[in-house]
Design a protein around this ligand. Structure first.
Ligand code: NDP
Ligand code: MG
Length: 394
């Protein structure tokens, strides 16, 4: 039996992970679960899975929570849960909260199933160095990276020529530049293929999610930014590809279903018969691939720019996006203002090369303040400044 801890168990990936576990009661013992504030769902999960301990990061909610299992609270509590004696830590937290618990678990030699891409966006170099030092496997759960991880069984990292990260094509990508200015939350949440958490759904619409995934891929697969290409694949069947030096292109195919990837990480290196996720009927299916509209979705290019800048800049990208998305959801700015706030924040920030983990965390917070300042001033001045062009890939 694998002893597992699930960080962010009440979220979209967390609940899908528990659904796989539910189908395999003889294979997993859940020993730790966490929520930020959704204590009702956490209570149901405690009753069903009987973990040894839980963590509630919202300290007020934690203080009021009565249960017969150990309750940790706050960020310190997350570290405690992440370092319980376990065989696998499934990190399905959203945002920066996932970074430190992952690093702590790596130092204890615990295998990581990683959905929390922010961990690698913020501190990919440090995290991968620590994983190597402690001989810890990081098994990606993000669909594209899981597909690449599985495709990499056909060759070595040093034999990769290019990586193609697939990207879907929804209603928003069909809009004209004029229509894009008025994208609504309803447009964003009418995505047909995947049902995801709020933050990643908005990030997918602006394409900054793909920018984060480029950074994630760089660290996971140890490739240069120019080896990572983005390819639009409207059918959502192919989930990223590796082109090897000998010209072979290897991929993972299947109907869009995040459970396939959580299942893969849970059972890795075994493969089991799927009982909780769907199979794919390939007859009659068509696969098409297109070039992405870099000019319509400026966030895409930002990943290459921040990787080129290095240092704290990927963390700044994340902090600025966090604030811009919040402002958009509150109706303070338009959809196409999101990349402008991010670009302006990056331009206002002085880089730190070879930062330590505290400097990275500090830079992310400080980028949030800078972005808030930009929002308080006249955002329209950034709209027309053309500053964004300076961030484009050379
Ligand atoms: P959700 O928003 O659905 O869930 C997030 C989880 O983290 C919840 O358990 C939530 O608790 C908890 N949480 C939220 N804020 C904090 C905080 N400040 N401190 C500690 N815990 C917190 O996110 P998703 O499941 O969609 O995404 C999780 C990660 O997986 C993200 O990094 C995302 O990019 C990645 N991912 C998600 C995919 C998807 O299909 N959903 C696909 C690929 C990657 P509570 O419920 O109490 O708020
Ligand atoms: Mg993804």
């Amino acid at each position: 039996m694998k002893r597992i801890v699930i960080l962010g168990s009440t979220g979209s990936i967390g609940t899908q992970t528990l659904d796989i576990v539910r189908h395999h009661p003889d294979k997993f013992k859940v020993i730790g679960l966490t929520a930020n504030s959704n204590v009702e769902k956490l209570r149901e999960q405690i009753e069903e899975f009987r973990p040894e301990a839980v963590c509630i990061t919202d300290e007020n909610k934690a203080d009021l929570f009565k249960t017969d299992v150990v309750v940790y609270k706050g960020e310190d509590g997350l570290k405690k849960i992440a370092t319980l004696e376990s065989d696998l830590l499934m990190n399905s937290l959203v945002g920066t909260s996932g970074l430190i618990p992952t690093l702590e678990a790596i130092k204890k030699g615990i295998t990581i199933g990683l959905a929390n891409k922010e961990t690698l966006v913020l501190a990919g170099e440090i995290v991968m160095r620590q994983a190597e030092k402690h001989n810890v496997a990081i098994i990606p759960i993000d669909s594209e990276h899981s597909a690449l991880f599985q495709s990499l069984k056909s060759g070595k990292k040093t034999e990769i020529k290019n990586i193609y990260l697939t990207m879907g094509k929804g209603k928003i990508s069909e809009m004209s530049e004029e229509q894009l200015k008025n994208v609504t939350m309803k447009d964003i949440f009418s995505r047909p293929a995947w049902n995801m958490g709020n933050k990643i759904t908005i990030d997918s619409a602006t394409c900054i999610n793909k920018a984060f995934e480029i950074i994630e891929a760089k660290w996971l697969f140890d490739v240069a930014p120019e080896q990572i290409k983005v390819i639009v694949h409207p059918e959502y069947i192919c989930h990223s590809l590796i082109e090897f030096n000998d010209g072979s292109i290897i991929t993972e195919l299947g109907t869009p279903d995040m459970k396939r990837y959580t299942q893969h990480a849970l059972f890795y290196p075994e493969r089991v018969k799927a009982t909780a996720c769907s199979f794919t009927d390939l007859y009659g299916k068509t696969l098409t691939f297109e070039k992405p509209a870099f000019d319509k979705f400026p966030c895409l290019r930002m990943s290459y720019s921040v990787l080129e800048m290095g240092g704290i800049m990927p963390a700044v990208l994340h902090g600025a996006d966090h604030v811009a998305v919040q402002a958009y959801t509150e109706g303070k700015i338009g959809f196409m203002d999101i990349p402008k706030v991010i670009a302006a924040t990056i331009q206002k920030t002085k880089n730190i090369i070879n930062p330590d983990i505290n400097q990275i965390i500090e830079a992310e917070k400080s980028a949030q303040k800078t972005a808030e300042g930009i929002l308080e001033n006249d955002i329209r001045s950034y709209n027309s400044s053309g500053k964004f062009d300076a961030l484009r890939r050379k």
